[in-house]
Design a protein around this ligand. Structure first.
Ligand code: NAD
Length: 524
C-alpha cells in the first residue's frame, strides 16, 4: 500500500480537480440515510460525501490489516533513510512540501469545502494554520532537537554528559474530520520534522483530504512510503494501533481515545491523546463586553461549532450580564448557518446537538437565540441558551455544534469554580481588562486565551493539548517536536579520576572519597 494508499482513486481525484478547475466527481446522489449506511464497518469500500448535497466526493478501498502492516513496514524502511538525513536536508524537503501545498491551494481549499463542508473563510483559516505549523516545525526542529550538554555532577566529574533526541521510527496518526488538515498535520508535520515516518488514518469522513496530503508529500519529496495513508473506519484505526508503530498520535473523541489506549497497551505502544473539550469562557465585570460577545459568538459558531477548543460555555458575572446578553443576541442576529459557517459534517452529530438543546431547555434554561428550530439538518443556526443548570448535559457534555450556554454568576470566583467543574480541560477564554492573567492562572486547562478566542492555536511556538478528559501530551511548538522523539542519555569518560568509582577492588582511599562526596552532596 505504501504512501499511495488508493493511488488509483487519489489520482482520479486530482485529475478531476485539475480538469474542471473545481471539484467534480462522479455525482452519486446520496441521502443522509445513505450517509449513515456509509458508516458500516463491514464495507470494503469507503465513500466520502459532500455533507451538504450528499454527492460522492471520492472512494477508496478499505485498507486491510495486512496492508496496514505492509504500510508500516514500508514506512520503517523509509524512516531509516529519512532519519539519516541532516536536519538541513529534512528542512529543505519539508519546506518543499509546504510550498507545493501552497501551489496547489485551490485544490485543497475546494476539497475542504466539498468533503468537509467548510465555508471559504473557514477553509482558508485551516490552510493558513497548516502552512504556518509545517513551516515552524521544519525550521525549528534542528534547534529544538539538537544534543544538549548537561552538568555531570560531583560524583561523575570526569564524564561529558548530553541528552540526545531520537525519532521513534514510525508514528501512527489517527485523525478526526473537524479540521481534517490542520489537526492531523499538528502530529504529521512535527513527527516528520523530528525524523520519523508516518502512517496516517484519516477520518472516514475526510479520506480524500488525507490522501491529498500524502500524495502532495510524495510529489514534493519523491519519497514513497515515508508518509503513507491507510483508509477505513474504526477497525482500520485499531489495526494501526496493533501494527507495530512505535508511537500512536490520536486525535478524536474521549470514548474512542480509551479504545485506542487499550489497543496500544497490548504492545506497550506509547500514545498521544488529543481529545474533546467543553471549553469555558469567563466574562469579568471589567471586560470589554461588546468585544467579548462578538469574539465568543465566533468562538462558539465558527466551523459550525465543530472545534475541540470551541467555546461551549460562558460564565458572565452578574454586574455585566444583561449588557453581555444583549450584545451576544445582537451579534448572533446577523449570523447564519450555510453562509457564515458550513453544515454539520457528521450526520450523527445532529442528534447530539438536538439532545443538548432539548436538555438545556428542559433542565431549566431558556433560549436567548434560536432553539430547537435552529436545527435544520445538515445546518444548525446559532443557539444561545441562558441559565442552564451546571448538571445539564448541555453544560457537561461536548456538543460539537454552534450551541453555547451563558450562565450568570455572582463573581469571578464562582465563574472559575464552574469553569473547572467538568471532566474536560482543553482550552479556556478570559475577558477582563485587569485580571486576565490571575484568572487564567486558576483555570485547570492546557491553553488559555485572554481577551481573544482560541488564539493559541495559531501560534506555532505554543503547545496544543489539554488535561484530564481532554487527554495528554502536546502537539505544536517545542513540546510538539519533543513529543515525537525519545531522550537518549549519553556519557563519555574524559579522564581518569584519582578515585576509581566504577570498578571492583576499590582501595580504602577510594571508599573514603566516596563517603566524602556523599556527605558533601547530602549536606548542601
Ligand atoms: P472519533 O473519536 O469518532 O474518531 C476519530 C478517529 O478515530 C477516526 O479516524 C476514527 O475512524 C478513528 N477510530 C474510531 N474508532 C476507533 C478504534 N476503535 N480504534 C482506532 N481508531 C478508531 O472522533 P471524530 O468524531 O472524528 O472527531 C471529533 C472529536 O475529536 C471531538 O471529540 C473533538 O473534540 C476531538 N478533537 C480534538 C482535538 C484536539 O486537539 N484535542 C482536535 C480536533 C478534534
Amino acid at each position: 500500500m505504501g504512501s499511495t494508499g488508493c493511488r488509483h482513486c487519489a489520482s482520479s481525484v486530482e485529475t478531476n480537480i485539475q480538469r474542471n478547475g473545481a471539484l467534480h466527481y462522479g455525482m452519486i446522489a446520496l441521502t443522509l440515510d445513505d450517509m449513515s449506511e456509509n458508516l458500516k464497518p463491514s464495507e470494503t469500500v469507503l465513500r466520502s460525501v459532500d455533507p451538504v448535497t450528499g454527492s460522492q466526493v471520492a472512494e477508496f478501498p478499505v485498507t486491510t490489516a495486512d496492508q496496514v502492516a505492509e504500510a508500516v513496514g514500508n514506512a520503517r524502511r523509509a524512516a531509516t533513510a529519512w532519519a539519516a538525513l541532516s536536519v538541513d536536508e529534512r528542512r529543505t524537503e519539508l519546506l518543499r512540501f509546504k510550498r507545493l501545498i501552497h501551489a496547489r491551494r485551490n485544490e485543497i481549499l475546494a476539497l475542504l469545502t466539498r468533503e468537509n463542508g467548510k465555508v471559504a473563510a473557514d477553509a482558508e483559516i485551516e490552510l493558513t494554520l497548516t502552512l504556518h505549523h509545517l513551516d515552524w516545525a521544519a525550521r525549528h526542529a534542528g534547534r529544538v532537537l539538537r544534543p544538549r550538554g548537561v552538568r555531570s555532577g560531583l560524583m561523575m566529574l570526569n564524564q561529558a554528559s548530553r541528552i540526545e533526541r531520537k525519532p521513534y521510527g514510525v508514528v501512527g496518526v489517527i485523525g478526526p474530520w473537524n479540521y481534517p488538515m490542520y489537526t492531523p498535520m499538528g502530529s504529521i508535520a512535527y513527527a516528520l520534522a523530528a525524523g520519523n515516518a508516518v502512517v496516517f488514518k484519516p477520518s472516514e469522513f475526510t479520506s480524500a483530504i488525507g490522501q491529498w496530503l500524502a500524495d502532495t508529500f510524495v510529489a514534493a519529496t519523491g519519497r514513497d512510503g515515508l508518509f503513507a495513508v491507510v483508509h477505513g473506519w474504526g477497525a482500520t484505526g485499531a489495526d494501526l494501533c496493533r501494527s507495530g508503530v512505535d508511537k500512536l498520535a490520536f486525535t478524536g473523541s474521549a470514548p474512542t481515545g480509551r479504545k485506542v489506549m487499550a489497543a496500544c497497551a497490548e504492545t506497550l505502544t506509547p500514545v498521544l491523546m488529543e481529545l474533546g473539550g467543553k471549553d469555558a469562557a469567563i466574562v469579568a465585570a471589567d471586560a470589554d463586553v461588546r468585544q467579548a460577545a462578538q469574539a465568543l459568538l465566533w468562538g462558539a459558531t465558527m466551523n459550525s461549532g465543530q472545534s475541540c477548543a470551541g467555546v461551549e460555555r460562558v460564565y458572565v458575572v452578574e454586574a455585566v450580564a444583561s449588557r453581555f446578553l444583549d450584545a451576544i443576541a445582537a451579534a448572533a442576529g446577523s449570523v447564519e448557518a450555510g453562509r457564515d459557517y458550513g453544515p454539520v459534517t457528521m450526520p450523527g452529530q445532529i442528534a447530539t446537538i438536538a439532545r443538548h438543546i432539548d436538555s438545556g431547555l428542559s433542565d431549566g434554561g431558556s433560549a436567548l437565540v434560536g432553539g430547537r428550530d435552529s436545527v435544520r439538518a445538515p445546518f444548525v443556526d446559532p443557539v444561545v441558551l441562558v441559565d442552564v443548570p451546571q448538571s445539564s448535559a448541555a453544560v457537561r457534555e461536548e456538543t460539537f455544534g454552534p450551541v453555547v450556554t451563558v450562565n450568570r454568576v455572582p463573581d469571578v470566583d464562582a465563574a472559575i469554580a464552574a469553569a473547572n467543574a467538568v471532566e474536560y480541560g482543553l482550552g479556556a477564554v478570559v475577558f477582563s481588562k485587569r485580571d486576565g492573567e490571575s484568572i487564567a492562572a486558576r483555570l485547570d486547562v492546557g491553553m488559555v486565551s485572554i481577551n481573544d478566542v482560541i488564539s493559541y492555536g495559531a501560534v506555532p511556538a505554543l503547545p496544543f493539548g489539554g488535561n484530564g478528559g481532554s487527554g495528554f501530551g502536546r502537539i505544536h511548538g517545542e513540546p510538539g517536536l519533543l513529543e515525537f522523539t525519545t531522550p537518549k542519555a549519553v556519557t563519555r569518560r574524559r579522564f581518569r579520576l584519582p578515585v576509581e568509582v566504577s570498578a571492583h577492588g576499590r582501595r580504602r582511599r577510594d571508599e573514603w572519597a566516596l563517603t566524602a562526596i556523599s556527605r558533601l552532596v547530602g549536606r548542601r
